[in-house]
Design a binder for this molecule. Structure first.
Ligand SMILES: [Cu+2]
Length: 471
């Protein structure tokens, strides 16, 4: 009886209502995500009326370790929430401006065909909500941003994000998707200057950023916040650049992009090393991870990476693949005849240092050949780039940690004598004896706390597996 009833009930719909049935659009509320995460792929086979609820919040957050900044945000994060819609969707956009905001804001979505990308239609005072709608007719990955005057300042404060108009047929399946967006920031204080830092309009106009970062902070993707993947997986990065000023030479140290949808286009190119992401533009980048390593995401305008924060880590875990990458197989002595490097006698090369004086002497050579390029011959380092070893509280406080740094390298933010550093010190592959000698030399120089490092001290500090990536 039941079946019979259903057939009768549905039949007329198909006969008389087929047109409106096919055209009918369901209401759906868009799932938004904070970076580095991306909403799940859209599996719908038909267009929908999609409701997007996005709230503007002005809030203080960390831009680097020990440094706070007042960001203006779409959805409470920089970049703003990731929006994922399907090609052909009708989007009903609700822009709310939190009552605690000091400024009016709006949104210009590059995915919109229409006046100002929605800017005027979405102009919203604090404590108000604007609604407008648009049809997502062009597939692709688009930037959205605030376009309230002074536009540069709103963008410089973090008001941008990405909206993906997913093709009708969907994107090819991958194992992981991440959201990475670069931005340049302008603060009164220098890079790493501790405490609260206000916006500097002059630096912004001069296009001289203090910080260039991914996902709103120098530490957004380092340490525990590193992106993750397992060997054998395919990874898709939705990469954006909010600017306001710089273009990005997006690169992942230790990988080759199998596919790049340049500038968010519908077609892809293959086997790309570095892709340009314009201010107010995007790229979709895909690669398969084949070996375990720490991949380093950078802007290859490289001072930005090592001195302004544009650096993130993707930790790839799983088996090594010696065929694809062997790691260091040998470290042979290379002393060309008449070469410019310091002559070291055979005896010195092979014999262990007998006295502390020997250790200091050998250690000095090792220092000049391996460390001085960065930390400088006088141990004072370079402000903003390489921390000092001379009179360094960090070095003197913990000798086991000092061994660890030299043995395994060091990434992540550290504070030395009250100044923040967030660089990469490579693991140099020195022998345990060389490490003992160089540390003995450093600790007997420049007013440091004198300590004799023995080879056994160095052996006792374990080798860490995840070495910071080397270029
Ligand atoms: Cu704004």
């Amino acid at each position: 009886m039941k079946h019979y009833f259903l057939v009768i009930a549905i039949l007329p719909l198909f006969c008389f209502g087929s047109l409106s049935f096919a055209d009918s659009v369901k209401d759906e509320i868009a799932t938004l995500t904070a970076p580095p995460f991306v909403p799940p792929p859209i599996t719908r086979k038909t267009p929908a009326k999609l409701i997007v609820n996005l709230e503007v919040v002005e809030k203080k957050m960390k831009i680097a370790d020990g440094v706070d900044y007042t960001f203006w945000t779409f959805g409470g994060t920089v970049p703003g929430s990731f929006i994922r819609v399907r090609e052909g969707d009708s989007v009903e956009f609700h822009l709310k401006n939190h009552p605690s905001s000091k400024m009016p804001h709006n949104i210009d979505l590059h995915a919109v065909t229409g006046q100002g990308g929605g800017a005027a239609a979405s102009f919203t005072l604090p404590g108000h909500e604007s609604v407008f709608s648009f049809k997502a007719i062009n597939k692709g990955l688009y930037v959205y941003h605030c376009a309230t005057a002074p536009v540069g300042m709103h963008i410089a404060n973090g008001m941008y994000g990405l909206i993906l108009v997913e093709p009708k047929e969907g994107l090819p399946k991958v194992d992981r998707e991440y959201y990475v967006m670069q931005g340049d920031f302008y603060t009164k204080g220098k890079f790493g200057k501790q405490g609260y830092q206000p916006f500097d309009m002059e630096k912004a106009i001069d296009e001289k950023p203090t910080y260039v970062v991914f996902n709103g902070s120098a530490t957004s993707m380092t340490g525990d916040n590193s992106l993750k993947a397992n060997v054998g997986e395919t990874v898709r990065l939705f990469v954006g650049n909010g600017g306001p000023n710089l273009v990005s030479s997006f690169h992942v140290i230790g990988e080759i992009f199998d596919k790049v949808y340049k500038e968010g286009a519908s077609e892809f190119n293959t086997n790309i090393q570095t892709t340009l992401v314009p201010a107010g533009g995007s790229a979709i980048v895909e690669y398969k991870v084949d070996v375990s390593s720490n991949l380093v995401l950078v802007d290859h305008s490289i001072f930005r990476a090592f001195n302004k924060g544009a650096l993130g880590i993707m930790k790839v875990e799983g088996a090594e693949n010696k065929e694809i990458f062997s790691g260091k197989i040998a470290d042979n002595v290379y002393l060309p005849e008449g070469g410019a490097i310091q002559k070291v006698t055979d005896k010195e090369l092979v014999s262990a240092a007998a006295t502390v004086e020997d250790q200091i002497k050998f250690g000095k050579n090792i220092y000049l050949q391996n460390c001085a390029a960065c930390h400088q011959a006088n141990g004072k380092g370079i402000p903003g780039a390489f921390p000092p070893l001379a009179g360094a509280d960090y070095f003197n406080a913990d000798w086991k940690r000092a061994i660890d740094v030299v043995k395994n390298g060091k990434t992540g933010a550290i504070t030395v004598n009250g100044v923040l550093y967030n660089g990469v010190m490579p693991s140099l592959g020195l022998s345990e004896e060389d490490i003992a000698n160089v540390l003995t030399y450093i600790s007997h120089s420049w007013g440091n706390k004198k300590r004799v490092f023995k080879k056994s001290d160095v052996s006792a500090v374990p080798v860490r597996k995840e070495k910071p990536a080397e270029h």
